[in-house]
Design a protein around this ligand. Sequence first.
Ligand code: PLP
Length: 409
Amino acid sequence: MALLNEFFLELPMEGLFSDMAKRINAFRIIRPNVRLTDMGINDMTNPMPPAVTEAMHKAVNDMADNTKLNGNGPEQGYEFLRDAVIKNDFNPRGIHLIPNEIFINDGVKSEIGNIGDVLRGDNTIGVMDPIYPIYIESNVISGRAGIFSGGRWSNVSYMTCNEANGFTPMPPEYPIDIVYLCSPNNPSGAAYSKGQLKKWVDYALKNNTLILFDASYEAYIQSPDIPHSIYEIRGAKKVAIELRCFSRTAGFSDLRCGYTVIPKELTIQTLDGRKVQMNAIWSRRQSIRSGGVSYVTQCAAAATYSDAGKEQLRRTREYYMDNARLMRRVLSNMDMKIYGGEHIPYLWIKIPPGMSSWNFFERLLYCTNVICTPGNVFGPGGEGYVRLSAFARREDCEEAVRRMKDCLG
Ligand code: PLP
């Protein structure tokens, strides 16, 4: 008899994001002629840059011509891409990695869950709260999250991000086995300083904690003091896996590509105290479970590191960050506290006291016809906030904040 992995039944069948879609649909039925301005977008909206699409065309032609490309590509990724990653993303920051420490993946969303394959089900979990919900949900389905009660999972430590800690929680007094950090953070926009990250690395070294560091938005960092990689911190190679993606930085959301860094120095313990090299375990796991990422996709990713690709993407990112600055400027004149928008194109808005995130979402929808994302969809710590995305057209950003000012200001 085939039996179900019943941890799937622990999940609410529909997430809070689908609640949001239902409320928007209800609005569209009631007011079919109203144009909504969507500031809830979680994604780059501008087209892919020409350097990337040209590389893809060329790669497709290669596949028609070059018989060497028949069959499976390397599971870990083509060396040309792993080399480009190291030379462009790490060496300029004084971080030395070798190609075997880079694993090309089909995006951070799947990889975050995949990593659970090599981790025991009874590890404790720590997440920043609010956070990208996939960190928790992927642990729920592998039985690591415990029991859901009062909006929280019993085996998860929720490290609240709030105004008092600048939305960058510091390590707790007690040990946690696996900690997820995201910097710059979706949704709060906060980014850890080097000093803060050092405290996390020291904590992990002391407690044998594994840090999963999601640096998906690092390319938006605007200040030289903010680390782009956790490996800028001494000792981090012993305790951290870093994940990055091309979807947030180069518009690959549909194409699917990212990479995982697992340094050779990183070890993980068995229950009887043996230390095992995580890189070797992950390579083995990939050889069983991964078919790699397509050649065309990896050529597209490599093109993001060409001179033309870098310049085109720099301009695209600048466009979103200009949107964020514009929105911050207008909204800051209103009676609301605005966070984020400095190192990531998301604004994290503290809503007036006495209103819930859903109340404010509906108010914005019906009063200004602007869609935002209620903070509580990112976890209990997001209650009292909403997120506005600057991944949008300039005209929409201008229009959205103008309407918010007219209606709420
Ligand atoms: N990490 C964070 C923090 C995100 O917000 C998102 C998307 O919203 C992702 C990762 C998804 O990355 P990918 O498109 O590579 O799966």
